[in-house]
Ligand binder design. Sequence first.
Ligand SMILES: NC(=O)c1ccc[n+]([C@@H]2O[C@H](COP(=O)([O-])OP(=O)(O)OC[C@H]3O[C@@H](n4cnc5c(N)ncnc54)[C@H](OP(=O)(O)O)[C@@H]3O)[C@@H](O)[C@H]2O)c1
Length: 278
Amino acid sequence: MIVVTGATGNVGRALVERLVAEDQPVRALTRDPGRATLPSGAEVTRLELDRPAHLLDGATKLFLHIQATGDRTGDVLDAARAAGVRHVVMLSSGIINEGADDEAHPIHIWHATAEQQVRDSGLEWTFLRPISFAANALQWAPQISAGDTVHGPFAEACTAPIHEDDIAAVAARALIDDGHSGAVHRLTGPEPVTTTEQITTIGHALGRDLRFIEVPPDQVGPGLFPHVPPSMLQGVLKSFAATVGVRPEITTTVEAITGAPARTFGEWAKDHRAEFRS
Ligand SMILES: NC(=O)c1ccc[n+]([C@@H]2O[C@H](COP(=O)([O-])OP(=O)(O)OC[C@H]3O[C@@H](n4cnc5c(N)ncnc54)[C@H](OP(=O)(O)O)[C@@H]3O)[C@@H](O)[C@H]2O)c1
């Protein structure tokens, strides 16, 4: 049994779909099973972090999403070990980059602390370190559904956004196949894309002419970054500022592990047209 935390999220949902499609027994954890709309082949279970043993009962593998496990990550890992889990695949972050670490960055601290808890758990582990999710572009959905201009910071910020299903595809291989124990997988999309280019590309997918209007970073509030915990917002803005005019790191890890090249931002935008129309 593979237990998936964060199962209704960008990566978790795609992972549950992939595991079910491969006939793997899956327990998908969510705070609200009634609203989860997960595949019927998954055992959808309420995330009760005060009963971690119940969540991990019968499990052999764990997909760890630390936003979902929060300050109970240690308890979840303890319960996993007690239940007989052999391997944990953690969704970490590319902000952890040995040799180039910004160790005081709050997002670094958050993920590095959890990676250390996983290392200390005694379980076999694999760390997935994606750098920038294409799904971050969903932050612009309210503006795009309302009109043709998008306001935000850092027009020339440049990343190599990764499709969440490519992260899920790597996670599935790391959970199902042998050979990923002790591995750190840095994950990116296939090409550099600026903020302005992301907006133009979403416009192409929608058949609309969208325009990005840059606003100064000191005028950015949490409303523009709903996927970022408010306490992390300044750190995220600092990270974005550092990507302006800099070619992003691009890896070929997705293709090496899954056999299929990482999808472009244009493909991601086509897959998510509906979210920009609603
Ligand atoms: N965004 C990026 O560019 C980026 C880059 C590198 C790494 N990451 C990592 O990826 C993670 C985000 O992955 P994602 O986009 O797949 O996640 P997500 O869609 O934001 O959330 C995943 C699920 O976690 C649950 N959840 C969220 N907040 C919670 C809370 N406070 N308490 C309990 N459960 C909570 C929710 O499920 P229910 O409501 O169903 O319980 C949610 O559907 C980040 O946390 C970070 O660790 C992100």
